[in-house]
Design a binder for this molecule. Structure first.
Ligand SMILES: Cc1cn([C@H]2C[C@H](O)[C@@H](COP(=O)(O)OP(=O)(O)OP(=O)(O)O)O2)c(=O)[nH]c1=O
Length: 188
């Protein structure tokens, strides 16, 4: 059976891929994440996902290699991972009471074939007081996450509703990924 490789250092993506109940290996790709921010968000996340997958595919020829990337977009502005406490607070106060979009791009490489797609999920936040934001930043959750929150953790308390794939917000749209893997001939 061909190997399955997850080109990611994210523990969340690992956990999500485990839901497919197939064995896989993880590889942490170190890529240059700089990109033209004027590109449409779907192009940004699929380009970065492909960079991660291509890097790993060189080391694992003939395997099925998955790369993924997640960004948060609010009023045409990209919110990545906050670099500081202050920037986490600023992001959360912007998201407070408003709707933003989470884009996750996925790239799957097998031999000479690459398949990319992205999912967009709209997320509505509750109104957050300064105290709510302070309390949430103190959990430490914001710092390795796009948009400064994790819906799967305490960050779930900030979320009023979502429209789209929940798992895509966490970092890997596994329902659609499963179908793409099947289509590409992976025995799953
Ligand atoms: C919005 C949101 C993001 N995130 C995470 C998913 C991603 O791991 C992270 C965005 O950063 P990414 O650069 O997409 O991924 P990563 O650096 O964590 O991992 P790798 O590049 O090695 O695959 O934000 C959550 O866990 N929950 C959320 O609700």
């Amino acid at each position: 059976m061909a190997n399955l490789i997850l080109a990611s250092s994210s523990p969340r993506r690992k956990e999500l891929l485990e839901k497919l109940s197939v064995p896989f290996e993880s590889y942490s790709p170190n890529i240059d994440e700089s990109i033209e921010s004027q590109l449409p968000p779907g192009d940004i996340v699929t380009t970065l996902a492909a960079r991660k997958a291509k890097k790993a595919a060189r080391l694992y020829p003939h395997s099925f290699v998955i790369g993924s990337d997640t960004i948060v977009v609010y009023r045409h502005k990209i919110l990545g991972k906050p670099a500081s406490r202050e920037s986490a607070k600023k992001m959360l106060s912007e998201l407070s009471g408003n709707t933003h979009s989470v884009y996750t791009g996925v790239a799957v490489i097998h031999d000479e074939t690459i398949h990319t797609f992205y999912e967009k999920t709209d997320v509505i936040f509750w109104e957050l007081s300064d105290e709510d934001i302070e309390k949430y930043v103190n959990t430490g959750e914001p710092f390795d996450k796009a948009g400064a929150y994790g819906i799967q953790g305490q960050g779930g308390l900030l979320v009023k509703s979502i429209q789209g794939d929940y798992y895509s917000v966490v970092g890997l749209p596994i329902g659609r990924l499963l179908r793409v893997l099947k289509k590409m001939g992976y025995p799953v």
